[in-house]
Design a protein around this ligand. Structure first.
Ligand SMILES: *[C@@H]1O[C@H](CO)[C@@H](O)[C@H](O)[C@H]1NC(C)=O
Ligand SMILES: *[C@@H]1O[C@H](CO)[C@@H](O)[C@H](O)[C@H]1NC(C)=O
Ligand SMILES: *[C@@H]1O[C@H](CO)[C@@H](O)[C@H](O)[C@H]1NC(C)=O
Ligand SMILES: *[C@@H]1O[C@H](CO)[C@@H](O)[C@H](O)[C@H]1NC(C)=O
Length: 430
């Protein structure tokens, strides 16, 4: 048995698409909070002191993250996005925070966030300017990396505005090297592929060697159409992008907008379930000081977070599309499988999705244990390949469940290829 396990480990190492950026970070998808989608570039602290981009916002968010169970649930990074700096660099050419909105400066803010046991993220841009027109890092990569390290920053989101696309790769690689040279561990979040896709297919081997996660597609908005478009883009490019995900580097479909204004509760469940299936960073952009208890419970759901943070670190795939249902599957450690069934029919009521006599569902031979996590926790008990399972899924909602092999013949299971365990030949009866 030991020999069989060893062979599997060796094969899975060899089949990794590429080496990850070697900074010891993002071994699991990053969890935290990022200001952009909810707070954008609100710099009017005179009229809107509670919601403007200022040190107060991040300090309050850090306080709430500790007090309200977010940190305990795994959310760790408090991240600043665009619009934090002054329009002028200082006399030494260093970026500086806007003095009115960040009177204590970033170093003091980092100390505060660290005192809460959390980490601080900051934002800059690979080009001449940030997307909102603040100073970019082009020509200043080493100075900026050193400034962030001196301040005690733990994560850098590096945007791609105002950059010649032919120099994108070079710029992102140069900044990656500059961060490494500081000798501080700084998680590196890139947007290299997002800005390269309009011109050519990005090199995901190089991206994985350079970044800890990378945005591929448009910014998320607080709407179901936005979340849907991200899912559709991801599924239609999954054969290119999913193999590059793994411990140390992840595809980033952008922020969780759960707890805001635009998604129904079913749609919020769909975003949470599918972000876990996609092994996506879980960076919330919402107002944790004022969030509906149901959204909070969903974001802190330990079963879903366990899927997101599974140590195998494989990204899931969309495996079937039938009758406006989509089936997504993510292989988990210990031969388990997470399955999400999304009902894309936006009319009518709950619809039944029936899984029966699945020839490809080999992890249920001879038996498996099925646990539904969404829409509510339900132990569905021991099943076999001959079982019929009926799921009820609301319009634009998702049923999420895990399948655990029981009484397994370990050696046989380890010989199975991941594709063999797929339930893509599922039959649907309405
Ligand atoms: C810098 O890169 C080297 C070699 O890839 C790696 O061993 C080291 O841990 C990196 N240091 C930091 C701070 O990321
Ligand atoms: C990246 O670094 C190389 C070597 O220092 C330099 O020649 C090149 O101009 C840099 N590119 C960018 C975009 O900064
Ligand atoms: C992609 O990047 C890798 C690693 O930097 C490199 O070895 C490879 O040649 C590149 N592939 C293409 C098609 O440019
Ligand atoms: C099936 O899984 C549930 C949830 O993890 C667990 O409580 C139950 O004991 C399991 N049943 C068997 C027979 O393993």
């Amino acid at each position: 048995m030991y020999r069989a396990l060893f062979v599997v480990a060796a094969v899975s190492l060899m089949s990794r698409a590429a080496e990850a950026l070697d900074n010891g970070l993002a071994l699991k998808p990053t969890m935290g909070w990022l200001h952009w989608e909810r707070f954008m570039c609100n710099i009017d602290c005179d009229r809107d002191p509670n919601n403007c981009i200022s040190e107060r916002l991040y300090m309050q968010m850090a306080d709430v993250m500790v007090k309200e169970g977010w940190k305990e649930a795994g959310y760790e990074y408090v991240c600043i996005d665009d619009c934090w700096p002054s329009h002028q660099r200082d006399a030494q050419g260093r970026l500086q925070a806007d003095p009115k909105r960040f009177p204590g400066g970033i170093k003091k803010l980092a100390d505060y966030v660290h005192s809460k046991g959390l980490k601080l993220g900051i934002y800059a841009d690979v080009g001449k300017n940030t997307c909102a027109g603040y100073p970019g890092s082009l020509g200043y990569y080493e100075i900026d990396a050193q400034t962030f390290a001196d301040w005690g920053v733990d994560l850098l989101k590096f945007d791609g505005c105002y950059m010649d696309w032919k120099l994108l790769g070079e710029g992102y690689i140069n900044m990656s090297k500059a961060l490494n040279k500081t000798e501080r561990s700084i998680l590196y979040s890139c947007e290299w592929p997002l800005y390269e896709w309009p011109f050519q297919q990005p090199n995901y081997t190089a991206i994985r060697e350079t970044c800890n996660h990378w945005r591929n597609f448009d910014d998320v908005y607080d709407s179901w159409s936005s979340v849907k478009s991200i899912l559709e883009w991801t599924a239609s490019h999954q054969n290119i992008i999913a193999p590059s995900a793994g411990p140390g580097g992840w595809n980033d479909p952008d922020m969780l907008v759960i707890g805001n204004f635009g998604l129904s509760h079913d749609q919020q469940e769909s975003q949470m379930a599918l972000w876990a299936i996609m092994a996506a960073p879980l960076l919330m952009s919402n107002d944790l000081r004022d969030i509906c208890p149901r959204s909070k419970k969903l974001l802190q759901n330990a079963y879903i977070i366990d899927i997101s943070q599974d140590p195998l670190g494989k990204q899931g795939y969309r495996t079937a599309k039938v009758d406006s249902f989509e089936v997504w599957e993510r292989p988990l450690s210990k031969n388990r499988l997470a399955v999400a069934v999304l009902n894309q029919q936006e009319i009518g009521g709950p619809r039944g999705y029936v899984i029966r006599a699945v020839p490809g569902w080999k992890i249920c031979d001879p038996e498996c244990n099925v646990t539904q996590i969404l829409p509510q926790y339900k132990e569905m008990g021991i099943q076999t390949q001959k079982s019929t399972l009926v799921l009820s899924v609301n319009p634009s909602g998702t049923a999420l469940f895990t399948i655990t092999p029981t009484k397994s013949d370990f050696q046989r299971l380890h010989k199975l290829k991941w594709q063999d365990t797929s339930i893509k030949r599922t039959h649907v009866t309405l």
